[in-house]
Design a protein around this ligand. Structure first.
Ligand SMILES: [Zn+2]
Length: 444
């Protein structure tokens, strides 16, 4: 440990005058009536928050089966999010998660995802306070300063059902970010959770197809989100992605060693990627207990700043996705209390302006720049290998691969169209294959 520097008369003069300055500014504040909360309000008015994660759409599904007409989003007392409190919290843009439970993987995850995208889009067009945004330009134009921008983010790669075409169509619907997993592995990426015992594999945390997903997201201009992925998958993505990535709602593993949080060695990799960690406020990820307070949250900010600097930090509240929040940060109106705490801890207004929005905008700008660089690349035609996604709900409408060996061709055909017996009609003739039109003169 280096010994502490002796206090010289020059430095003691400096600290004395700094002390006088602080006392003087406090006195000025008292005399002028400009309080700390005024300072926070001014700062957040100039730099309103872009928050990385909110699960309001999930609650609309749970409580109302997405019937928006049953609810008034201006004031929703049973939830932590509504329009009135988003304004009070100086939230100018919100990444709204489109989440489908892992149980829908291999079932109707794509339909459910479409329905969740639909409800976010409806919410953001039926309420004047909301506006759907799909680009940095839309997010930052002057009109948006009076609105709450809605960014759509898919939470869990199982939503694409291992299809790059589905990914592209989600982009067309306005999706601008996707977390590669939720609490389940996908056939191509690994979750940090061991909750579901599916698609387990050794030493293959991001498969060939998984890399193709990342490449296609880079090409489209969709932000890759690593919250919820395993560390091995996150590391593989950080090495493979051409664009910066985010952890949209994760905190520091050094402060609370929960698998959803990010260890310091990973933070260094994130810094190299110019990516962003948006700190999650859920009590169990903050204090590793059910209870936490604002000071516990600030410890995550202080620690991450010490490791990789304020320029890599954002905020991803996780309201509506989690149930327990720190005292004083119970809903989306309370963000100013967090900013006030960080000011107390000597964060500068400049650093906080970047934490509130500047860092996210930088990442989004960079993601769009990479998209523009890749504009001459055609949509990827990489397909996942059939044996990696085989399940009873998956139908493949294509002829057997002619390049395969005859024996493989038969097994491939059976895998796609069922047992051989079902292929032979009563006349001993094979019925038309599903990829061919019915033969003329026969009943369908
Ligand atoms: Zn989550």
């Amino acid at each position: 440990m280096p010994s502490r520097k002796p206090v010289t008369s020059a430095s003691s003069c400096f600290w004395m005058s700094l002390k006088h300055l602080v006392v003087l500014s406090s006195l000025c504040s008292l005399i002028s009536g400009y309080s700390e909360s005024d300072r926070v309000r001014d700062l957040m008015t100039r730099y309103p928050l872009i928050d990385g994660h909110n699960d309001l759409a999930l609650q609309l599904r749970i409580f109302h089966n997405n019937r928006l007409s049953q609810i008034d989003l201006q004031n929703v007392s049973k939830l932590a999010t509504d329009i009135t409190r988003l304004h009070a919290g100086h939230v100018q843009a919100q990444m709204f998660a489109v989440y489908v439970m892992c149980g829908a993987q291999e079932k109707d995850a794509v339909r459910l995802t479409l329905e969740q995208i639909d409800v976010v889009r409806r919410m953001c067009t039926e309420y004047q306070d909301f506006e759907l945004v799909t680009s940095v330009q839309e997010l930052t134009n002057s009109e948006m300063r009076r609105k709450i921008g809605c960014l759509i983010s898919i939470e869990g790669g199982h939503s694409i059902d291992s299809s790059l075409a589905a990914l592209r169509m989600y982009y067309q619907l306005g999706v601008r970010s996707m977390a590669l997993t939720h609490t389940c592995n996908t056939p191509w990426a690994e979750s940090s959770s061991k909750l579901y015992n599916v698609y387990q594999r050794q030493n293959n945390s991001l498969t060939h197809f998984g890399k193709a997903v990342v490449e296609e997201m880079n090409r489209l201009g969709m932000i890759v989100d690593l919250s919820h992925t395993s560390w091995d998958t996150a590391l593989a993505v950080l090495k493979h992605s051409k664009a910066p990535v985010i952890f949209s709602h994760s905190s520091s593993y050094s402060i609370c060693n929960h698998h959803r949080n990010v260890p310091d060695w990973m933070l260094h990799q994130l810094k190299k990627n110019h990516g962003l960690i948006m700190v999650n406020l859920h009590s169990n990820f903050i204090s590793c207990r059910d209870e936490a307070n604002i000071s516990h949250v600030a410890e995550h900010f202080d620690h991450i700043k010490k490791v990789i600097g304020a320029e890599s930090i954002g905020i991803g509240g996780d309201f509506e996705g989690a149930v327990r929040f720190p005292q004083g940060l119970e809903d989306v109106s309370k963000y100013p209390a967090l900013i006030q705490e960080l000011l107390h801890r000597n964060w500068t207004e400049n650093e906080l302006a970047y934490v509130l929005r500047g860092n996210f905008l930088r990442v989004f700008v960079e993601v769009e720049r990479v998209r523009d660089q890749l504009h001459s690349n055609l949509p990827s035609e990489v397909q996942i290998h059939l044996k990696e996604v085989q399940n009873p709900c998956r139908m493949v409408l294509r002829p057997p691969d002619q390049r395969q060996q005859p024996s493989d061709r038969n097994s491939s055909f059976r895998a796609q169209h069922g047992p051989k017996d079902h292929r032979t009609g009563s006349d001993g003739q094979r019925p038309p294959a599903p990829w061919m039109p019915p033969r003329p003169g026969r009943n369908p």
